[in-house]
Design a protein around this ligand. Structure first.
Ligand code: TRP
Length: 441
């Protein structure tokens, strides 16, 4: 393990893993997926999946990462070998694809930071949607902003784990949290907000369909950063004294709190302003300026919010790039700098079609999906769940004694839920995920 970074403190690790989990998935994606899938019933299924399967898979990834001290491919190779490293490869590929479109959305947030600073965000209801549409459909600027977002990601990954990634997280995550709470306070007191709260909390079980459950599972994996080895990679930088079950619970809890806050921020305002909850990827970007325009110092809040959102997105994009980079360093013998730049350029290029699919290439569809939607669907709904099945089977069956040993390092007491955890990994998770995966297709 010499030469690899190590987290300087346990709190730093939890916040950094939470930094990976908390991102656009919570604030941009969660509200619009919940809106698309009909609100309350989706929320219940989502929460159920997060705290049963999500939590177990996260602990499994931490255990694999710390036991092996390697990137996902190297970890499977080192702990067992055989065909297992292929799972790691699928993860690297998924990370690569996710970052390509994630960075496009990151570029939108950067654009909104600049517009907010310039005071250029719309305040009247009519132009909210139009401004967003014009922002993302332009063939040039979003691509440049996507490049800028990748550039900043590279800069952070360049400085190494403990230098860049950890430091930024410790201060900024709590700030984002506080700001979210303030904004939720405004949103839920808007006239007409009650309908949104009802939509978000009151389950309508007629909305439960296989594709909705599949969306909930995909969202759970995406939001918790699971299924591709990001938490394996971060676990590999963790020292032996940290308490893994506690870390998994804290990260899952924080991630879920932020998603819930985002729901309470966006959905009440959507209803208060008479917008459509199933508006899709634009929902958050269209709704937020409306909230800001309804508050004192709205302009200031707008700048602060989009800045913190961008930073939350960066701490996630960093974890995605780190997966690819750690693989290139450990397995391919690249230096950190060369690996970072090479990977980033390839990811930037792959992201361009996703960006254009909101404008000039919006008619290019495969199986009824635009390029952006296709990349999102392929990764969230297929590759991440497959990765989740694989890591569950791996820990539950292949390396069980070593994994149990690993989660007991750093604890003074035995982890009492070990048998439950193993049961979930052996049977519940693989069967449930496989069933959702198949019925969702
Ligand atoms: N979880 C992040 C978000 O919600 C995105 C992300 C970062 C991710 N790393 C990941 C998703 C690994 C899946 C796998 O914004």
């Amino acid at each position: 393990m010499q030469g690899r970074g190590v987290f300087s403190s346990r709190l730093g690790f939890v916040l950094t893993a939470a930094g990976s989990a908390v991102g656009l998935g919570n604030i941009w994606k969660f509200p619009y997926v919940a809106g698309n899938e009909g609100g309350g019933a989706f929320l219940i299924i989502y929460l159920g999946l997060v705290f049963s399967l999500g939590l177990s898979v996260m602990l499994a990834e931490f255990a694999v990462g710390r036991a092996a001290g390697r990137n996902p491919v190297g970890a499977y190779k080192h702990l067992k070998g055989g065909l297992w490293p292929l799972v790691g490869f699928m993860g690297i590929a998924a990370g690569f694809i996710i970052l390509s479109f994630y960075s496009v959305v990151g570029g939108w947030t950067l654009t909104y930071v600049m517009e907010a600073i310039a005071g250029g965000l719309p305040s009247d209801r009519e132009s909210l949607g139009a401004t967003f549409g014009a922002t993302i459909s332009d063939p040039v600027r979003p691509v440049l902003m996507h490049g800028l977002f990748m550039g900043i990601t590279v800069f952070i990954v360049y400085s190494g784990v403990e230098g860049g990634i950890e430091k930024a997280n410790k201060v900024l995550m709590p700030m984002l949290f506080v700001l979210l709470i303030v904004l939720v306070g405004r949103s839920v007191t808007l006239d007409g907000a009650a309908d949104g709260i009802r939509f978000f909390l009151q389950p309508d079980f007629s909305k439960v369909t296989p594709s909705m459950i599949s969306a909930a599972l995909g969202q759970a994996f995406f939001s918790l950063s699971l299924g591709l080895g990001a938490m394996i990679t971060y676990g590999s930088y963790l020292d032996k004294k940290a308490d893994l079950p506690k870390a998994a619970i804290m990260v899952t809890g924080l991630d879920t709190m932020v998603a819930l806050l985002a729901g309470f921020l966006i959905l009440p305002a959507v209803f208060a302003f008479g917008l459509d909850p199933s508006a899709g990827p634009g929902l958050t970007f269209i709704t937020l300026p409306a909230i800001f325009s309804s508050m004192p110092w709205g302009g200031l809040f707008a700048v602060l919010f989009f800045l913190l959102l961008t930073i939350a997105a960066l701490t996630s994009s960093v974890s995605l790039l780190e997966v690819v980079v750690s693989y290139m360093i450990d397995e391919r013998g690249h230096g950190r700098r060369k690996a970072t730049v090479k990977a980033a350029i390839a990811i930037f290029l792959l992201g361009i079609p996703s960006s254009l699919s909101f404008g000039v290439w919006s008619d290019v569809t495969i199986a009824g999906k635009t390029i952006f939607d296709l990349f999102d669907y392929m990764t969230s709904n297929i590759m991440l769940p497959l990765g989740g099945i694989a890591v569950s089977l791996f820990v539950g069956w292949s390396i069980k004694p070593a994994a149990i040993d690993e989660i007991h390092h750093g604890r003074d007491k035995k982890f009492r839920l070990t048998p439950v955890w193993i049961m979930i990994l052996r049977f519940v998770a693989p069967v449930t995920i496989a069933w959702i995966l198949v019925s969702g297709l």
